[in-house]
Design a protein around this ligand. Structure first.
Ligand code: ARG
Length: 465
């Protein structure tokens, strides 16, 4: 068992089959720099506890720094026989500084508290990166919203059940996609507060350590605000991973809802948007094709992100305390979620930023499909008609218009009057998409004045995030 972290009680080495199953270096090597940072901090704690001479501690720092430099140059690699990143780095450190001093570093720590700490550090870094990328997307949506909020704000058909419902401002609709993404960023910030306060170093294998090491010193060195209160929890808990996986899945789902609309909007039938050439793809056989692949991949990858969350929760379900090797299965799904979002989000943001909206087409369709029927009903309410009756009368207008194959605004004064004497020609005031949108001026509504305030709110929340 040369170069292994364990072996004293075993007569022979592990079988090749076991080694193949057990090995995790092909995915946990990406934690190497975090492992080295943890080792620097741990060496300090050992020094502070009087377990290393100053020379020994310096020698360990020197060796660890050298490994870090080799890693940065891309020349540090795990070996075939290394089980995981921790074992590989200990072996490499011993090659660098010798076994006498290199062999002292492992005192008072276990791979169980190591991995629980490193994985937090890794996710904190990538959580920050993903937050930035999501904020870029929110920014692109806000820019598009602002672009279409000029003197004549762009109006589109608002839908429920994918049917024409009521006209809304395009900017209002775009920001309806921005707010959930901003909440995802806030979820990550909230998650971060909990994770940062909870460094598991010092938990040992599960019961803590007996060498007088200071877990708070290590926590502070690694950028945590506190260390874990319970060593069993510190080594066994993975809710911090699951919560991270949930937020990444939610981001995927939120992006997929935009993606689906872009895909619909880019169809000949909708014709609401034109995709930028650099952010769309062609077909190998059909020369005319311009495909929304970015949105389709976003839609597809949402499934993958949800799958990663589901797989992780399934691994965690009913696991007894404390550490179990099952927990090694927590990394690949979440690494995949990180990689997926880090490659998806910049492409998706580029696609959104360069969308060209066909505002004439949207405006033309906005009042169609009887989408102003609610405006008639609410106009009648303002004339004192009970809503139940107003709803019936507006429904009568729809029936009359549909029977004649025209829109509500095409009904004649006589036709309105025949439906109800309440329906005098003034009702036409609300029979335009602009009038309808402008009238919805309560807080949160789609009136231009409210949507401009909303945009300012959104920008401020982005700045504060
Ligand atoms: N590679 C392991 C993991 O990812 C590290 C901890 C291993 N601990 C152990 N006792 N085998 O969970």
């Amino acid at each position: 068992n040369e170069g292994k972290l364990w072996g004293g009680r075993f007569e022979g080495g592990p079988s090749p089959e076991l080694e193949a199953l057990s090995r995790s270096t092909h995915f946990d090597w990406r934690l190497a720099l975090y492992d080295l940072a943890g080792s620097h901090a741990h060496a300090k704690a050992l020094g502070a506890a009087g377990l290393l001479t100053a020379d020994e501690e310096n020698e360990l720092h020197r060796g660890l720094t050298a490994l870090g430099e080799r890693f940065a140059r891309g020349t540090l690699r795990p070996g075939e026989s290394d089980e995981d990143v921790h074992g590989a780095l200990e072996r490499l450190l011993i090659e660098e500084v010798g076994a006498d001093v290199g062999g002292k570093l492992r005192a008072g720590r276990s791979r169980n508290d190591q991995i629980a700490t490193l994985f937090r550090c890794y996710l904190l870094d990538h959580g920050a990166r993903i937050s930035e990328l999501v904020l870029d997307l929110v920014g692109a949506l806000a820019d598009q919203a602002e672009r279409h909020l000029g003197d004549e704000p762009a109006i589109m058909p608002g839908r429920t059940h994918l049917q024409h419902a009521q006209p809304v401002l395009l900017s209002h609709h775009l920001m309806a996609h921005a707010w959930p993404l901003l909440r995802d960023v806030e979820r990550l910030a909230d998650w971060r507060r909990r994770v940062e306060a909870d460094s598991p170093y010092g938990s040992g294998a599960l019961a803590g350590q007996s060498l007088g090491l200071d877990p708070v010193l290590v926590a502070t060195e690694l950028g945590f605000t506190g260390s874990t209160a319970n060593s069993i929890d510190g080594t066994a808990a993975r809710d911090f991973v699951a919560e991270f996986a949930y937020v990444t899945a939610q981001i995927g789902v939120d992006v997929s809802r935009i993606a689906e609309e872009v895909i619909l909007w880019a169809t000949k039938e909708f014709d609401f948007v034109t995709l930028h050439d650099s952010w769309s793809t062609g077909s190998s056989i059909m020369p005319q094709k311009k495909n929304p692949d970015i949105s389709e991949l976003a839609r597809g990858k949402a499934g993958r992100l949800v799958g990663n969350l589901t797989g992780l929760l399934t691994t965690l379900k009913a696991l007894p305390l404390a550490y179990n090797r099952d927990l090694q299965e927590d990394k690949e799904p979440v690494f995949d979620s990180v990689d997926t979002l880090e490659v998806l989000l910049p492409a998706f943001t580029g696609q959104i930023a360069t969308l060209v909206f066909n505002v004439e087409r949207m405006a033309e369709l906005a009042p169609q499909g009887f989408s102003l029927a609610t405006d008639i009903a609410e106009w009648l309410v303002r004339q004192g008609v009970p809503f139940r009756i107003a709803h019936e009368l507006a429904g009568g207008c729809v029936r009359a218009a549909e029977g004649r194959g025209v829109e509500l605004a095409d009904l004649t004064d006589e036709e309105f009057a025949a439906i109800s004497p309440h329906l005098n020609p003034d009702v036409r005031l609300v029979l335009s998409a602009e009038g309808s949108v402008g009238s919805r001026d309560g807080r949160g509504g789609t009136a231009p004045v409210r949507v401009r305030e909303q945009l300012a709110d959104l920008r401020k929340r982005v700045d504060d995030a």
